[in-house]
Design a protein around this ligand. Structure first.
Ligand code: ATP
Ligand code: MG
Length: 419
């Protein structure tokens, strides 16, 4: 059997890529409006970057990474997300010495060894942003409003924003003790994953999707009710500022997010179309992350948005992406002399910025016209020996059927005007 693409990967085919380009263009404009510059980092990094940066206890590091030894015996991992690589780059290039806030965005492929389902792939695309240097909550609102504005610009309706606070290491430490006391008598009733999480990462238990676990956790103490004064006022500030610019939200006390590095603000944007893969965008503040890789203490916040899930949601909501126009003109030569002539003409047209095609298959006139139709050419001009001799040809508007006599050497200028 012919070789097929590996499980969990997908081709973005020429006839659907325009949807991606459309969204990418809107993202680039949005990032410019908000003052974010693009950063591109490698697809693979040293494995320890993610062990440290994403966190050893996370599902990503425990179960999902594509890790291998390269020919030099180094442990390499395909990036499962974007933030760790950017933090590495930030530290490596001494960006802490540049003007702050440092506002960056990326559009990347990411790799996770997942159970493949709709909206859950092994290679997928993320748009994300990171801001370094601002402690918030003002910048937290900027970051959240950016994702919100993207949804609005794309015409999406009903995307829900959930927010929560994970506090700082100090209030979290106290809270985790309290949570563990609450959980201890319940432990034997919880799922095997939760029992494993109890020592490694008890906060994650709150986020368990298992219905039985959820029932037992109904009355668990919430971190949000146990924040220290500073974390509480950060969260209150975030809420006030969201209200101020008119972004609606829910407070979800159980939201913990999958990555270990979050502090204080965490948020998710959820699709109203219920499904296991409803989270389109997730983010939060990571004030300790830069400090893990340097002796600098730099606050940070960002989000990552799944491009496949965003496009799925657009499709679910029936949002039509404008299709790119067909070719401006197709030149159909008859015979060898005309073919040589047409070759030069199509070159001149393209050089003038006109989208022009010419037969390169040696097809009959009838077959050429059929092809011109297929590629949705706006105009067709047929060129034979007579046309070259008289410098005159018929320019046919394929939509209206209207035909006009034109001099061959005026075609470039004429199309420039109409185009
Ligand atoms: P989930 O709970 O769905 O596994 P996550 O918490 O692992 O998501 P993040 O690491 O926060 O996801 O990634 C940000 C976004 O990237 C997600 O909200 C989602 O839209 C998208 N995403 C994550 N994993 C995948 C995947 N395997 N395939 C497609 N998109 C994904
Ligand atoms: Mg996941």
């Amino acid at each position: 059997m012919a070789v097929q693409s590996p499980k969990g990967t997908r081709d973005i085919l020429p006839w659907e890529v325009y949807k991606w380009q459309y969204v990418e263009k809107i993202i680039a404009e949005l990032c410019r409006n908000f003052g974010y510059g693009e950063i591109r980092t490698p697809v693979f990094e040293h494995t320890e970057l993610f062990q440290k940066g994403v966190g050893d206890a996370t599902d990503i590091v425990q179960k999902e990474m594509y890790t291998f030894l390269d020919k030099g015996g180094r442990s390499i991992t395909l990036r499962p997300e974007g933030t760790a690589g950017i933090v590495r780059s930030y530290v490596e290039h001494g960006m802490a010495n540049l003007a702050h806030p440092m506002k960056l965005y990326y559009i990347i492929t990411a790799y996770r060894h997942e159970n493949v389902q709709k909206g859950r792939y092994r290679e997928f695309n993320q748009f994300g942003i990171e801001v370094f240097g601002a402690p918030g909550p003002s910048v937290d609102v900027e970051v959240i409003s950016m994702a919100d504005m993207l949804f609005k610009r794309l015409g999406l309706k009903g995307i829900e924003l959930n927010i929560n606070s994970l506090g700082c290491p100090a209030c979290r430490r106290e809270y985790v003790q309290e949570l563990k006391e609450f959980l201890t008598p319940l432990l034997e009733n919880l799922c095997i994953d939760c029992r494993n999480r109890f020592e490694r990462n008890p906060l994650r238990i709150l986020d368990c999707k298992n219905e039985k676990c959820r029932q037992h956790l109904k009355d668990a103490p919430a971190l949000l009710d146990n924040l220290c004064d500073e974390c509480k006022s950060h969260f209150d500030g975030l809420r006030e500022r969201l209200d101020n610019i008119g972004i609606g939200y829910y407070v979800d006390k159980n939201m913990v997010r999958g990555l270990d590095y979050y502090t204080r603000t965490v948020f998710e944007f959820i699709s109203p179309n219920v499904g296991a893969q409803a989270t389109i965008c997730g983010g939060g503040r990571y004030d300790g992350l830069v400090g893990l890789f340097s002796d600098q203490d730099v606050p940070g916040i960002g989000f990552a948005l799944g491009m496949e899930r965003l496009l799925m949601e657009m499709e679910n909501q029936g949002i039509e992406v404008p299709k790119p126009d067909g070719v401006d003109i197709f030149i159909a030569p008859i015979g060898k002399t005309a073919d040589i002539f047409a070759e030069k003409l199509v070159y001149q047209l393209r050089n003038a910025g006109i989208n022009a095609e010419k037969d390169v298959m040696g097809r009959s006139l009838k077959a050429q016209m059929k092809y011109a139709d297929k590629i949705e050419a706006a105009y067709v001009v047929v060129i034979g020996d007579n046309e070259i001799e008289s410098n005159k040809a018929v320019l046919r508007n394929m939509k209206t059927g209207e035909e006009k006599d034109v001099s061959l050497d005026s075609i470039v200028n004429r199309l420039k005007k109409t185009g």
